[in-house]
Design a protein. Structure first.
Length: 372
């Protein structure tokens, strides 16, 4: 194994396995990525068993309106099909919305996903962050948020559950936010990429609110829960009919290829896979958090997770997330150094919940690092 030391600038995304292989000499196929936040069960067995039967469909264009796919998604998330827009991954839909809204000033609840700020900048706008405070365990303080919202803000961006803090905002609180934003003329984009991993999803899922608020746009995808980032299938839900029409005049036709369209119709109906995933994540979340509790005496703190990943903090000066990443990757496990997120430094790291034996290996590696 190569003895290259991790440089502070080398903060890897879950998709950067080729870079890891080059730097460390660890074969990428041997790396267990606790950084990517992807369902450890892999893709839907129903999809795996049947997608190859549809290869001949590549000879045909997909349905321009994706009617059946939108109906399938509507059944899955309890929304009228007419309120659903499909796109080439959630990133396309984020980009289209921000291009259409052209916010002069956007507020982002942070720390959060860097793509939001990038898209606002590309559209000619500026972003400011409302910080989720460590002293609040990164939970949103709505009273403080209300004091910072004003008519100069065009767009409020919320990741719910939030990445990397794994905290979430319940629907009753989102109503309060939407009511205030409605008064101030602020449009709200909610990224629900990780919503299916939440144990109390019925209390957090904001899709029902799209029936009452026309200043709400919800983004979802299949990269994480359905473990299919390569299919590039995302969808959005909104009750704003004017916005839907604007998006359809803007977006490219046939943004979803034929196999992705077919795959969506299959995976969203694989109920056994969906329930098995939820059961695994809920069980491992509780079990691993108990193990993390036992590491508090060694200087490790974690923040209660709602999604399929947990944010941790090293509360000692002799070890950083750089060191921990280095130790883990040498044992063919990849965590996420969170120092590139706003308001976090190199004492913070994040990892997702994988299969039990993999989780145990990671916890052992973290414990050994803290003891050394």
């Amino acid at each position: 194994m190569k003895e290259n030391k991790l440089k502070h600038k080398d903060h890897f995304h879950g998709s950067d396995l080729e870079k890891i292989e080059l730097l460390y000499g660890v074969k990428k196929e041997n790396i267990v990525s606790f950084s990517a936040n992807v369902n450890p069960l892999g893709i839907s067995p129903k999809l795996k068993a049947t997608l190859s039967d549809h290869l001949d469909d590549l000879a045909h264009y997909p349905d321009r309106e994706y009617k059946r796919l939108r109906e399938t998604i509507g059944d899955y998330c309890s929304s009228p099909a007419d309120n659903i827009i499909v796109g080439n991954g959630s990133t396309e839909l984020i980009s289209i919305l921000i291009e259409l809204k052209k916010p002069k000033k956007a507020m982002i609840l942070g720390p959060s996903y860097s793509e939001y700020e990038r898209e606002v900048s590309l559209a000619g706008g500026a972003s400011l962050y409302f910080p989720l405070k460590e002293s609040d365990n990164f939970e949103l303080n709505i009273e403080k948020l209300e004091k910072h919202l004003n008519e100069d803000i065009d767009l409020l961006i919320i990741c719910n559950p939030n990445n990397p803090t794994s905290t979430c905002i319940k629907r009753r609180d989102m109503r309060t936010i939407l009511d205030l934003c409605k008064i101030l003329g602020i449009f709200v984009m909610v990224d629900e990429t990780y919503i299916e991993f939440v144990e109390n999803m019925d209390e957090v899922d904001d899709v029902p609110l799209t029936q009452y608020y026309n200043n709400l746009f919800i983004i979802r995808g299949i990269s994480k829960f359905f473990a299919a980032p390569g299919l590039r299938l995302g969808y959005a839900i909104t009750g704003n009919e004017d916005l839907i029409r604007q998006i359809y005049t803007r977006k490219n036709p046939w943004a979803i290829n034929t196999l992705a369209e077919i795959a969506g119709n299959i995976m969203f109906t694989d109920h056994d896979y969906i329930s098995q995933t939820k059961e695994l994540i809920v069980t491992e979340k509780k079990r691993i958090c108990t193990k993390l509790d036992a590491l508090s005496s060694l200087g490790l703190k974690y923040f209660s997770p709602s999604a399929n990943f947990v944010l941790c903090k090293l509360e000692r000066s002799d070890i950083t997330a750089d060191n921990l990443f280095d130790n883990c990757i040498r044992q063919e496990m990849m965590i996420r150094n969170c120092s590139t997120f706003p308001f976090l430094d190199n004492r913070f790291f994040r990892f997702c919940f994988m299969k039990p034996e993999q989780n145990d290996r990671l916890i052992e590696c973290i414990a050994d690092s803290l003891r050394s």
